[in-house]
Design a protein around this ligand. Structure first.
Ligand code: J2J
Length: 548
């Protein structure tokens, strides 16, 4: 089932990756049964008091897959999945893989703006949401969005309080005596491994929705290499605290990497230190992953937590820049080693080795997971820099797609004609082959690992009647790394407060984590020679002064 809008790898590269055993031609749903056959009675997933064994997980996913088909979903369809970290997330994801329905991994804080624009872009046939999450009514949100989208997608709900007209996911996923026959039926209808398995969201740099299609072949390879790079085994107990729909906790090596080796996945709804330390002690967690802002909180809270953290072996740290100073404090505070991860939903993943010396583990972001990953560091003209010099990283490889889904105009900007993905990250590569992230040329704000496209915010703020011109830039922050700061020039005689901006963007249905946290009104914005706001000057203003 080939999807229009999917950009395939060139045929010669596809052949090469297959011959090199990167791509094995197995859909992720059938691999789930390999895992279940190998580790049937072992615990796969722990969510509070709820535990699922491997066989039960596979049987539940199959039951859900077939019943979703009964609801009208079919291979080649796309659904939006907006679930918190819960055991049903894992069942839903595997059921989608099994059926060849691609989930788009939305995040719980997303609201109308994100769900409606992405839903329209991918032609979503269903929205899968919790009934209520952190006091917000997601059923109502999904219903409002579904009613606006073409074809009025189904609303499927995980929770106790499923309203009439919506579909109860928990009722659909209950396994029954038909498991073996159902397995055969789903095997016969399995998707092709070259098909899209799932869509991930890109941090992006423009106002356009950018979704990343990942095939069964490439994602399986990503998972396999990541699990190997982190030395995961059947004894691994992996704690998921970052939002499970992110590529990082999902597959670097995360939930799927752990399941692929027979380990145990523990799910927590938030990275709050007390809850995390309690889970480490209770479940014997060996491995977890965090962004630097979360690792900082854990490091500060560990000494007084009163919990036994001795099971913990490794914490993966990635998503935004980790200072060598914090890197050196995390291991001693938590009694474990750190592995840095430099990855992206667009593909490429680098890790430091689990037992790397401190200078590598603290001072670099590691090496790519595949010998077939290609890395090129170029200057502003696109010319390769001399070895070891700083430049923008371009990359290609067996799990780095050749284009975003359905945006050809954007793809000519984000990819070179030879298919290199422009990461927008400035890096240097050490003589040992480790990547060091030195900065960024892309126009986004990295708020504690959540990427916020400056263009998306600017487009919405520009619609406000008070605003003549706007630029969104990162304001350095000791806690989350960066926060969104807006610089605006107002129309004559108008005033604007930060609360007005927050109210307007919230009314547009924008996720709360993207709402600007600082506003600077200037009589005029500095401009580049081509007339765009000069963000370098604006960023420097934030670093060097309090603006006025
Ligand atoms: C500095 N910047 C980093 C790091 C990512 C594993 C880990 C992270 C992500 C992720 C991921 C960084 N130091 N260690 O998908 O599988 C910034 C870069 C990069 C962008 C990608 C994974 N690790 N970054 O963060 O798609 O700017 O993926 O290009 O959300 O995060 O963001 P995202």
């Amino acid at each position: 089932m080939k999807r229009e809008g999917f950009v395939p790898w060139p045929a010669d590269m596809a052949r090469r990756y297959t011959e090199a055993d990167c791509w094995r031609g197995r859909p992720l749903g059938s691999l789930m049964w390999d895992w279940a056959d190998a580790w049937a009675d072992r615990t796969a997933v722990v969510d509070g008091d709820h535990r699922l064994g491997y066989a039960e997980l596979a049987a539940s996913a199959d039951a859900l897959a077939e019943r979703l088909a009964g609801q009208g979903l079919a291979g080649g369809d796309t659904v939006l999945v907006q679930l918190p970290n819960c055991w049903e997330f894992v069942v839903v994801t595997l059921a989608c893989f099994r059926l060849g329905v691609a989930p788009v991994m939305m995040l719980p804080p997303h609201r109308e703006y994100e769900l409606a624009s992405i839903g329209a872009h991918v032609d979503a046939k269903a929205l899968i949401v919790p009934d209520d999450w952190r006091g917000y009514d997601h059923q109502d949100l999904a219903r409002r969005v579904a009613d606006k989208l073409p074809g009025t997608p189904l609303v499927l709900v995980v929770g106790d309080d499923v309203r009439p007209g919506n579909v109860d996911v928990r009722a659909l996923l209950r396994p029954d005596a038909d498991t073996a026959a159902r397995r055969g039926r789903l095997d016969d209808a399995a998707p092709d491994a070259t098909d899209v398995a799932l869509f991930l969201l890109s941090g992006g740099t423009t106002g356009l929705p950018k979704v990343i299609s990942r095939t069964h072949n490439d994602y399986e390879y990503n998972i396999r290499r990541s699990a190997a790079a982190c030395a995961l085994t059947a004894e691994t107990v992996y704690l998921t605290v970052l939002p499970a729909g992110h590529n990082y906790p999902l597959a670097s090596p995360g939930i799927l990497g752990t399941l692929s080796v027979g380990g145990r996945v523990v799910l927590l709804p938030s990275p709050r230190p007390e809850a995390v330390f309690e889970a480490i002690e209770r479940d014997g967690v060996t491995t977890t992953s965090a962004v630097p802002a979360v690792a900082l909180k854990w490091t500060e809270a560990a000494a007084t937590c009163g919990r036994d953290l001795s099971s913990l072996r490794h914490v993966h740290i990635g998503g935004s820049v980790l200072s060598p100073e914090l890197a050196a404090r995390i291991g001693p505070a938590l009694g474990c080693r750190i592995q840095q991860v430099y990855g992206m939903a667009e593909g490429l993943i680098c890790y430091t080795d689990p037992d790397a010396p401190d200078e590598v583990a603290h001072g670099t972001q590691g090496a790519p997971v595949s010998p077939y990953d290609e890395l090129l560091v170029v200057d502003a003209d696109g010319t390769p820099v001399r070895p070891g010099a700083i430049g923008e990283l371009l990359t290609r490889g067996p799990y780095t797609p050749r284009g975003y889904y359905g945006v050809p105009d954007q793809n000519v900007l984000s990819f070179t004609p030879d298919g290199w993905y422009r990461t927008g990250d400035q890096v240097r590569i050490t003589p040992q082959g480790h990547v060091v992230v030195c900065g960024r040329v892309k126009d986004l704000i990295n708020r504690g690992g959540e990427k916020i496209a400056a263009g998306e915010i600017e487009t919405l703020v520009q619609e406000m009647p008070q605003v003549a011109e706007v630029a969104a830039v990162p304001a350095p922050d000791p806690e989350v790394g960066e926060r969104v700061c807006l610089f605006v020039r107002l129309h004559e005689g108008r005033t604007l407060a930060l609360e007005d901006v927050a109210a307007a963007l919230t009314a547009r249905g924008l996720a709360a984590f993207k709402i600007p946290e600082r506003l600077e009104v200037l009589p005029d914005l500095p401009h580049t020679p081509v007339g765009k706001p000069d963000k370098k000057v604006l960023r420097d203003l934030l670093v060097t002064t309090t603006v006025r």
